[in-house]
Structure formats: structure tokens, C-alpha cells
Design a protein around this ligand. Structure first.
Ligand code: HEC
Ligand code: HEC
Ligand code: HEC
Length: 412
């Protein structure tokens, strides 16, 4: 009863917060102010294809890279951007939309590394720059990734900032995301993103899951191998879909409800901004130059043979120990499971795929099995299952809601 009351209270408070936020989009511009509004360029968030291209920290201060960048800059960029980086090159002054002044510290500070790389790669051929008549050429066809990094490192020297170009040196680069975070995420994820907001304990008193600690290395919902941080697209998917409570014997009141709300009504640009802020809380996101993801091949056809093999694997791989013989989350080990905060955690009731947190298409379950859910007892099976076995098992898991049968052979 008490738990129910708490739950409805928590959901009420949340609804109110989200509601308030929706009717009145971030009005506190004081911190989230953009250079754009002061007559500069729109430093919009980089799109998902570029969001994970973080420049390795060492590049910004590497003398050899800067020298290589200077050569490239002089021959290819100075004609518009000017030898001094002031935007007053001979071809630049004639343009209706002028190149920016790279000596302006505020403007450069606000430009994130992935934005910078995106702009050098795609130039002004993309919105919102195309619509404004930008003459900035795309360079991805002519300059290698390293060359683009080198020219950025050189361009960066015009601002006279000598350290690496990262958010903890330039808090202004994540200001708008910080405002959104304060309004929409702090109640659960906490002021510093450590997962210790006041609403968390109301969602699940003294049990898992608690809101994620963004400063830790363990993220659940990933397309990256075990032991790695998620991609921005992974974070974006979670933010858009929200997370449902999985049910299981320990869950009261919240079964099937969202314990993390869906932010699908938040404009895409704002979702990307808030995720840039989330990533700025964890330096691990800057450590990998290139992010590797797990490839999920096209799902094979479901056959009764696959289910038979999947059933055997389900027993052999000891899924049963936690998830139970019929997948109800009631295996012999289930009552003893703890998460990385030492809180009791339920083994998912696999007969309710509509509640799955990581998605319930065959390819989603496949991904869950390959990556595991870090910070929980759910392991990664990347090393112990063959590709084809992973499909057998994924299909078997999804058949548990039908008592372990294919739809066609349901009466067998
Ligand atoms: C033909 C002229 C021209 C050349 C050549 C050129 N640019 Fe640009 N660049 C522009 C203009 C105009 C803008 C401003 C409009 C925009 O943002 O698209 C711009 C914008 C940029 C921006 C975005 C700055 C911001 O504040 O958003 C970057 C980064 C940039 N250029 C880098 C380069 C680099 C690196 C080179 C050489 C490899 C280069 N540009 C060559 C004209 C040029
Ligand atoms: C009602 C509380 C609540 C609010 C508000 C909330 N979250 Fe969450 N969030 C959670 C919970 C609880 C989890 C953990 C779910 C789990 O582990 O099963 C979570 C997990 C996440 C994850 C998944 C990380 C991973 O491990 O893969 C991301 C990303 C995330 N939240 C981002 C956000 C952002 C950004 C905001 C604000 C725009 C936000 N959340 C607002 C409760 C909330
Ligand atoms: C040591 C216990 C344990 C074992 C063994 C285990 N799991 Fe899990 N599994 C869990 C827990 C705990 C969760 C829930 C994590 C959460 O809610 O954050 C989970 C979650 C899942 C999910 C994700 C559901 C979602 O919300 O997206 C699937 C699918 C799954 N397990 C299938 C399997 C299969 C198949 C096997 C055997 C190959 C297996 N599990 C082995 C403990 C285990």
C-alpha cells in the first residue's frame, strides 16, 4: 500500500515536472546562452553520425599535428578564413555569409569537438548552414580524418587557448544541455549526475534499478562490447524510449510502467544537447577516438528447429538459474541477485517482452545477449555463444510469452 502511494506520488511529481517543462521550453537562457544570438554562428549539436567523433585529447596540443595543420590551413582555408584566422581572407570578405573569427574565445569555446569535425567534413552543404547560403566547402573527400584533426588543432591556436579543447575547460560548450538537465533529469539522476536524485528511492525503495550514475563506467543499454561506454545513439534511444520496469517478483506497483520517462516529445536538438552534457560528466567518453559497435546481422528466419536448439541452449547456458525454467524470472538464484550498488535486482520476466528495457525485436534481444547489461548480473555471452546460437536463443526468449512455441506451431 505504502509502496503504491509512493509510486503514484513519484509518477505525479514527475508528470508535473515533465508537463511544466513541455509547456515552457527552457526559458532560463542565462547559462544556456548561445553565441548565435550575439551575431555569431549557430553551434547546434552535431548529428548522431558525428556525435561520437571525439578528437583524441593529445591532438590539440601535439606540436607535429599543429604544424601539419598549419600547412593544410595555409593552402586550403586561409583564402577565406584569413592567415590570422579572423575570417578576413581575400575570398572571405566578399562572401555574404562571412567566415567566423577564430580569435573570438567565446565562439570557439562553444564549438564542441564533434561539431567542429562535422563542419570541416560536411562544410556548408548541410542545414542550418545551407539555408543561410554558406560557402564553406566540405573536406571529407579531400582530407583524411587525421588531416581534419590536424587542421582543427591549428585553427584552435588562433583562440590562444593552449589546453585540449574539451568541455571541462569550456563549460560554456554544454551550457544549454546543463539547463535542460537541471530541469528534466536532476530529480532522478542527481545534481552531479551520480544517480542520487531524490526521486530514485521513491521509484524503487531499497532495490534496483536506481537512476544511472553517469560518472560510472557501467551503462546497461549499449551497442558496444562488454566493458565499454555506450554510443550517443544508444543514449539517444534510451532517452527517446524511456525505460520500463521489468516486473519480476520484487517489483510492486510499477510493473510495466516507465521508471524513466520517454522524452520523445523533446525536440531532437534538445535531446542531443542534454546528451552532450551527460557525456561531459564522464571523461571516458573522450578517451576513445573511434567507437566500436557490435554488428547485429539481419535476423535469420524463425524455424521450429531454432526454437528446439534455443530451448536446449537456455538450459545449457544456465539462463534458467536466474530467469527460471519457463522464463518467469523465478529461477533458484533469482532471490539472491544484486546489482553494482549492492541492491536486490529482479531477473527479468522473459514472458513479458513488451516490458523489455533494451527492446523486444529479435535483433534487440540478440544485442542484449552479446553486450550484457553492465552493472547487473546479466552477463555478456559474446565469448560463449556462436552467432547462430545467439539467434536460436533470442528467438527462444521471445517465444517464452507463447510458452516456447512458434506462432504457427502454437498448438503442437
Ligand atoms: C570558400 C571559402 C571557405 C574555405 C576555403 C573554407 N571555409 Fe570554413 N567557412 C566558410 C564560411 C563562409 C563559414 C561560415 C558559414 C558556416 O558556418 O557554414 C565557414 C565556417 C567554418 C567553420 C564553422 C565555424 C563555426 O563557428 O561554426 C569551420 C570549423 C571551418 N569553416 C573550418 C574550415 C577549414 C578547416 C577549412 C580548410 C580546410 C575551411 N573552413 C575552408 C568559408 C570557407
Ligand atoms: C523518473 C526518474 C528519471 C528521470 C526524470 C530521468 N531518468 Fe534517466 N533513468 C532513470 C532510471 C530509474 C534509470 C535506470 C533504469 C534501469 O537501470 O533499468 C535511468 C537510466 C537512464 C539512462 C540509461 C543509461 C544506461 O545505463 O544505458 C540514460 C541515458 C538516462 N537515464 C538519461 C536521462 C536523461 C538525459 C534524463 C533527463 C532528460 C533522464 N534520464 C531523466 C530515471 C529517470
Ligand atoms: C546471473 C543471473 C542471470 C543469468 C545467468 C542470465 N540472466 Fe538475463 N538477466 C538477469 C537480470 C538480473 C536481468 C535484468 C537486468 C535489469 O533489469 O536491469 C536480466 C535481463 C535479461 C534480458 C533483458 C530484458 C530487457 O529488459 O531488455 C534478457 C533478454 C535476458 N536477461 C536473457 C537471458 C538469457 C537468454 C540468458 C542465458 C543465456 C540469461 N539472461 C542469463 C540475470 C541473469
Amino acid at each position: 500500500m505504502r509502496a503504491k502511494l509512493f509510486t503514484s506520488l513519484a509518477i505525479g511529481v514527475l508528470g508535473l515536472l515533465v508537463g511544466l517543462w513541455l509547456v515552457r521550453p527552457p526559458a532560463t537562457r542565462a547559462n544556456g546562452d548561445k553565441h548565435d544570438e550575439k551575431g555569431g554562428h549557430a553551434h547546434v549539436p552535431a548529428p548522431l553520425e558525428y556525435a561520437d567523433v571525439h578528437v583524441p585529447l593529445s591532438v590539440w596540443t601535439d606540436a607535429a599535428m599543429i604544424a601539419r595543420g598549419k600547412e593544410i590551413y595555409t593552402t586550403r582555408c586561409a583564402v577565406c578564413h584569413g592567415d590570422q584566422g579572423d575570417g578576413k581572407g581575400p575570398a572571405g570578405v566578399a562572401l555574404p555569409l562571412k567566415p567566423p573569427d577564430f580569435r573570438a574565445k567565446d565562439g570557439v569555446a562553444e564549438m564542441r569537438d564533434n561539431y567542429w569535425f562535422w563542419r570541416v567534413s560536411e562544410g556548408g552543404q548541410i542545414e542550418p548552414f545551407k539555408g543561410k547560403g554558406s560557402a564553406m566547402p566540405p573536406w571529407k573527400g579531400e582530407l583524411s580524418v587525421d588531416d581534419r584533426w590536424a587542421v582543427m588543432a591549428y585553427q584552435h591556436t588562433f583562440s590562444e587557448h593552449h589546453g585540449p579543447h574539451v568541455p571541462w575547460e569550456h563549460p560554456g560548450s554544454v551550457a544549454m544541455g546543463r539547463d535542460i538537465f537541471a530541469m528534466a533529469c536532476v530529480p532522478c539522476h542527481g545534481v552531479a549526475g551520480k544517480g542520487d536524485g531524490s526521486v530514485g528511492p521513491m521509484l524503487a525503495p531499497r532495490r534496483a534499478p536506481q537512476p544511472r550514475d553517469f560518472t560510472s563506467a557501467e551503462f546497461k543499454f549499449r551497442s558496444t562490447p562488454s566493458g565499454q561506454l555506450p554510443t550517443t545513439a544508444d543514449l539517444f534511444r534510451t532517452l527517446t524510449e524511456g525505460v520500463r520496469s521489468s516486473g519480476g517478483p520484487l517489483t510492486i506497483g510499477l510493473r510495466g510502467q516507465r521508471i524513466m520517462p520517454s522524452f520523445r516529445h523533446m525536440p531532437v536538438g534538445q535531446r542531443l544537447e542534454v546528451l552532450e552534457y551527460v557525456k561531459s560528466l564522464n571523461r571516458g567518453f573522450r578517451e576513445l577516438g573511434v567507437v566500436k559497435t557490435v554488428t547485429v546481422p539481419a535476423p535469420p528466419t524463425l524455424t521450429p528447429e531454432r526454437l528446439t536448439r534455443g530451448k536446449q541452449l537456455y538450459a545449457d547456458a544456465e539462463c534458467m538459474a536466474c530467469h527460471g525454467e519457463r522464463g518467469r524470472g523465478d529461477g533458484p538464484s533469482a532471490p539472491t541477485l544484486k546489482d553494482n550498488r549492492d541492491l536486490p535486482i529482479a531477473a527479468t520476466d522473459l514472458t513479458r517482452p513488451e516490458r523489455f528495457k533494451n527492446g523486444a525485436r529479435p535483433e534487440d534481444v540478440y544485442r542484449t545477449l552479446v553486450t550484457g547489461l553492465a552493472g547487473t548480473p546479466m552477463p555478456s555471452y559474446a565469448d560463449s555463444l556462436e552467432l547462430d546460437q545467439t539467434w536460436d536463443l533470442a528467438y527462444y526468449v521471445l517465444s517464452l510469452s507463447r510458452g516456447g512455441q512458434t506462432a504457427e506451431t502454437g498448438s503442437r
